[in-house]
Design a binder for this molecule. Sequence first.
Ligand code: ZN
Length: 175
Amino acid sequence: MNITQFEISMDRLYEYFDRKTPNNASLIQWHKKCEHVPHMAMDWIIGWMTDNMDSPPRNMGKAINAGWYRYQESNPNKIARYNETPCDECHGKGILWYSFVEKDSDVRYQHNCICASCENWKLHFNTLKGAGMRLNKQDLFDKGYRLEGPSKDTPDFTPKVSLKALVASVGDIPF
Ligand SMILES: [Zn+2]
């Protein structure tokens, strides 16, 4: 959706909660987080928010993305289906999981990115705009990251978090 469509949706949402729509700078920042959400889903998402929330969400980008996943769950017939293709890098999941240790600390972080070697991201996203980085295994190794799976190297890997939660966090990669 473009910025004008987003602004109109935000006006509607804030009007419902009897609040003033936030300033333009906030709207532009929020829009960047959810511009991949199609305009046709926004009526549904705004309805979902007004049904389930008592006030406008503080993290609007996150809330709209959550609404977008709900929309896709609730309207499977409206979402274009993509058939998984074989991929050695991501085992057809379209997502690569990796871990890294932050410099100067022993804390190990786990993250995920979109597989650059196939088009299986289409299983999760309609468009890559705003969906985060696309990397392949070699890119991750070059950055010093360790692959967590699923891959040839770790065929039994089962993510501790659901695929949906992992997909939701794509786009939040700290580099
Ligand atoms: Zn792949």
